[in-house]
Ligand binder design. Structure first.
Ligand SMILES: C[S@@+](CC[C@H](N)C(=O)[O-])C[C@H]1O[C@@H](n2cnc3c(N)ncnc32)[C@H](O)[C@@H]1O
Length: 258
């Protein structure tokens, strides 16, 4: 990603204009901004105003110094970077282009968003995309644990079926989202690079792992492919898992069309 951005914007990567869609509490900005140039301008987009407010607090706490904090934006210093952040409440399900100028950014980012959107939303998104895209942590349908349990495969199948249900954008692309993006962006002439960002959860990650297992069990239960006693037995066993891996993919696309 950085190599391509440097080719277009120069080594210093300064004054980049980045839009992060489905920003949640701003984790993507906190991960990516330190890799970019000294002056950055970000727009964080979400349809949940509570998360946008949480993002403002999280970024203020993460920064070395808050330089300016107004209703419409926040400017912080982190290391050598001065980062201006605008918070945009918009419903991307209503309109792919809910955010004005989103596709004219220097970089469009999204973390853990694209498995929620529909295949038709992705098609329109890919048609409109005219800038580099960096998306991380899209679930890809693979989950495994140690030790194994006889219902692991069926629980993952039920969870993956739930992934395809409507999350506000129509039937979701779920674990197929990255292949859809890859196919459509390659077809339009962009250069696409994919990376495996599987979560490897070990004993020290028990808190996150337990929350995740409870979410998997709840979503799998909603599909009625397994009875609740089976799901509960599986969950009780799984909460003692020593380790697990949850498949995620990252994707960067740029090139001719950007
Ligand atoms: C799984 S969370 C990921 C949050 C964040 N990017 C992260 O990785 O921590 C998905 C995010 O998409 C947002 N979202 C869901 N539907 C949306 C919509 N229709 N318009 C805008 N944002 C939406 C949610 O509010 C949530 O913050």
């Amino acid at each position: 990603m950085l190599g391509e951005l440097r080719r277009v914007h120069g080594r210093s990567l300064s004054r980049l204009n980045v839009v992060d869609i489905g920003c949640g509490t701003g984790s993507n900005l906190r991960a990516v901004a330190p890799l970019l140039g000294r002056e950055q301008s970000w727009r964080l987009v979400d349809n949940d105003p509570i998360l946008l407010e949480a993002a403002r607090h999280a970024i203020s706490g993460w920064a070395d110094m808050v330089l300016e904090d107004t209703t419409s934006s926040l400017t912080v210093r982190k290391g050598v970077c001065e980062i201006q952040v605008a918070f945009v409440a918009a419903d991307l399900a209503e309109n792919v282009e809910a955010v004005q100028g989103m596709f004219e950014a220097d970089l469009l980012t999204a973390s853990a968003l694209f498995d929620l959107v529909s295949a038709s939303w992705l098609t329109t998104f890919c048609e409109r995309l005219s800038c580099p895209l960096y998306t991380v942590l899209t679930y890809d349908g693979r989950m495994q644990w140690t030790p194994v349990h006889p219902l692991d495969v069926e629980v993952v199948e039920a969870f993956n079926a739930h992934q395809l249900t409507d999350k506000g954008f129509g039937p979701a692309a779920g674990w197929q989202a990255v292949s859809i993006l890859e196919q459509q962006l390659t077809r339009k002439g962009m250069v696409v690079v994919k990376g495996d960002s599987t979560w490897h959860l070990e004993a020290g990650d028990a808190r996150l792992h337990h929350q995740l297992l409870q979410g998997v069990a709840a979503a799998a239960g909603k599909m009625h492919q397994l009875g609740m006693p089976d799901i509960n037995d599986w969950l009780a066993f799984r909460l003692d898992s020593t380790s697990g891996s949850i498949g995620h993919l990252d994707l960067f696309a740029a090139g001719q069309s950007s």
